[in-house]
Design a binder for this molecule. Structure first.
Ligand code: ZN
Length: 392
């Protein structure tokens, strides 16, 4: 979840345009060539003074590869360092795979790590939602990698241990097997690309989102724009006070899960907050109309191109050099004697496995033929066009 115009990114991916060509730093061979040319131009003294030790090669794999390859947390004081989409996590804590009222999904990804504040929040939400809202337990999706940082697949954010994805599917009444946690799919709340299915997005889900947004440490919650729209209409099923709605923000792809983002814990140095939400509900004004237009365009395009909504995104991710992260993230990477992956190393199995795991939920559905035709004709999908020539 980032702040780029994601629509644009998606369009690029969809149209199969390869990601920007990697700007390669001069290779060792080139650098060496320059050096020897310079050496040749000057007369060498008879006896060279001893050379200072060569600095170790600065060439490192990208930050995605580096962070995905570390199996455990940085043994440092807990700290979210940097920004949600440009940072890392010191002293990360793993959310236990099974709690009294939660279970971690897609455990092969090893992304159930967070700041202690995130762990506390999730445990509290799980318990409160069960006690007060009848939600049987949380299925927890991606949080952060053990040391945060950018990931090989999915997510622009989730880098500092303050973000978590929570499925909108209730937890089953039993402990899932490891295999089930890999294979089970979250259920989409959408009936079509523009509307939720009220049979699936029920009062229970609304109460869960309200509960999740109600704690002061929550900065934002991201949901699909159709979910936001439905919340605007139905928020009161979760109680008269609807002031929580302003924290719930529309964003692409959050139709089978919602994303919780905590604020930086008070006084945490180097943790960068996002500007706070404006305070209004986000239900008035033209924001949701604009989203509706974007969703329409995207749905028409995907349907016309016959894009498989369940296909894994195929575009290559933009390179993410470690130098784009706060410099402390290097300390986080090497803490506890962790040896950095080198450019010549293959990705370790832990990283390969994480990247290969199945998508947690279905893609946004395509339009039916009739829906597409209606949209192209300026009608609304899901609502039949008025009869033009009533017989009476
Ligand atoms: Zn997320």
């Amino acid at each position: 979840m980032g702040w780029l115009p994601l629509s644009l990114v998606l369009l690029l991916l969809w149209s199969g345009v390869a990601a920007a060509q990697t700007q390669l730093a001069p290779t060792d061979a080139e650098a060496e060539a320059v050096e020897s040319a310079e050496t040749a131009a000057v007369e060498l003294p008879e006896r060279k003074p001893p050379k200072p030790p060569e600095p170790k090669s600065e060439k490192l794999p990208g930050a995605r590869e580096l962070f995905a390859s570390v199996p455990g947390a940085a043994p440092l004081a807990a700290r979210a360092i940097g920004f949600y989409s440009k940072g890392c996590l010191a002293g990360g804590v793993a959310l236990p795979l099974n709690g009294p009222d939660w279970q971690v999904m897609r455990t092969s990804r090893n992304r159930n790590w967070g700041s202690p504040q995130l762990i506390d929040y999730l445990a509290r939400l799980a318990s409160d939602a069960r006690a007060f809202d009848g939600w049987p337990g949380l299925l927890v999706g991606d949080m952060s990698q053990p040391r945060g940082g950018p990931m090989l697949t999915g997510h622009t954010s989730h880098q500092v241990g303050l973000d978590a994805d929570i499925w909108l599917t209730p937890m089953p009444d039993r402990i899932l097997t490891v295999q089930e946690r890999e294979d089970m799919r979250a259920e989409s709340m959408l009936k079509d690309p523009l509307h939720v299915d009220p049979e699936k997005f029920t009062d229970l889900q609304i109460k869960l989102i309200r509960r999740a947004a109600s704690y002061p440490q929550v900065a934002r919650i991201f949901v699909h724009p159709a979910i936001k729209k439905s919340l605007c209409v139905r928020a009161e099923v979760a109680g008269k006070d609807t002031s929580w709605l302003g924290k719930v923000r529309p964003w692409w792809n959050h139709h089978y899960h919602f994303h919780v983002r905590l604020s930086c814990p008070p006084g945490m140095e180097g943790c960068k907050d996002q500007p706070p939400v404006s305070g209004d509900s986000g239900c008035e004004g033209d924001e949701l109309d604009n989203w509706n237009d974007m969703l329409k365009k995207s749905a028409i395009w995907m349907t016309q191109q016959n894009i498989d909504p369940d296909a894994k995104p195929s575009g290559k991710k933009k390179p993410f050099p470690i130098t784009d992260l706060p410099s402390e993230c290097r300390t986080v990477l090497t803490a506890g004697g962790n040896e950095l992956l080198s450019v010549d190393d293959e990705l370790p199995p832990i990283a390969v496995k994480a990247a290969a795991s199945k998508e947690a939920g279905p893609g946004v559905p395509l339009l039916s033929k009739t829906q597409l035709q209606n949209l192209l004709n300026g009608g609304k999908i899901g609502i039949p066009l008025p009869v033009r020539n009533p017989t009476r």
